[in-house]
Design a protein around this ligand. Structure first.
Ligand SMILES: O=C(O)CCC(=O)C(=O)O
Length: 285
């Protein structure tokens, strides 16, 4: 692989997903083409980009990625190759060995699959009168982290609810990750209060870039996504943000800023690991 760029143009695609998989694939293909034509090095899709966010849809839309029969994975590999971009293909329902996972794939500019990350923390919440969701009714949690060396930098992956668990981001930071990407579909209850806060928190805690990429809000769907795809820099600054409509937002990242912020405020060496420590028991995907 050619050495990674230190300056990268990132595109976060806030796509409108419907209950028609073919249409969702075609929407993603068009967005990747548009982002590439606007000079993006890396293109990111939302959580469940090819499928409505619902426990009814996950089993019927799920595809067998490992078995090599996934229509969606093949289309994304081809799009990455055709348009010469690093593609972080949001997430999609994956079936494997009798289980279903919420899975993110990463492809390089030649369409080679670089990583597969399965959502590690399932979204099971109950805020009475507001939102109740139990991903664990259909999905199984993944157990591996993904540190991915791409031509557009060293990435760490999480999916949506994973952003609430600071330890995962800390593990990535320790492994030299410069950008953590969380495809995510927050909702109208937690989105307004927590989405931006969590993206900023993970960025500031770890002094790295954080990108969150949501589906657009579809009022015809059972789940109304918050939207607001966003890139946050290592000093907690919002570098690009969307509202809730479909669209692509772009941001220019200079990874030198990660080093600069860490030099100015050397949190990693100021930690009191004599008093506390993070124990990493994960495996790489
Ligand atoms: O953490 C939240 O509030 C939302 C998480 C979510 O929607 C998800 O994990 O899919």
């Amino acid at each position: 692989m050619p050495s990674a760029k230190s300056k990268v143009k990132l595109a976060l695609c806030q796509l409108l997903t419907t209950d028609n998989k073919e249409a969702n694939i075609s929407t993603a293909q068009s967005a990747i083409k548009e982002a590439a034509s606007n000079g993006a090095d890396m293109v990111v899709l939302p959580e469940m980009w090819n499928c409505p966010y619902s426990n009814d849809s996950f089993p019927t839309f799920a595809e067998d990625i490992e078995g090599g029969t996934s229509q969606s994975a093949a289309a994304m590999a081809e799009a990455a190759k055709q348009h010469g971009v690093t593609l972080v293909a949001g997430s999609m329902p994956e079936k494997h060995a009798g289980n279903l996972y919420n899975t993110c794939l990463v492809f390089d500019c030649r369409g080679q699959q670089l990583a597969r990350f399965r959502k590690m923390h399932l979204f099971d919440i109950n805020i009475p009168g507001k939102i109740t969701f139990r991903e664990s009714d259909t999905l199984t949690a993944g157990e591996n982290i993904a540190v991915v060396d791409t031509e557009a930098g060293r990435l760490g992956l999480g999916i949506c609810y994973d952003i609430r668990f600071p330890e995962l981001a800390m593990i990535y930071a320790r492994q030299g990750v410069q950008l953590i990407l969380y495809p995510g579909a927050f909702n109208m209850t937690t989105g307004p209060v927590h989405w931006e806060l969590l993206a900023k928190a993970r960025a500031v805690d770890n002094q790295l870039f954080v990108g969150v990429c949501s589906p657009a809000r579809n009022m015809d769907a059972s789940y109304h996504a918050w939207g607001h795809s966003m890139l946050v820099g290592p000093f907690g600054q919002v570098l690009a943000t969307a509202e809730h409509e479909p669209g692509i937002i772009y941001a220019d990242l200079d990874y030198a800023e990660v080093d600069e912020r860490r030099k100015g405020m050397p949190l990693a060496t100021q930690k009191r690991e004599d008093l506390y420590e993070l124990v990493d028991k994960t495996h790489k995907a």
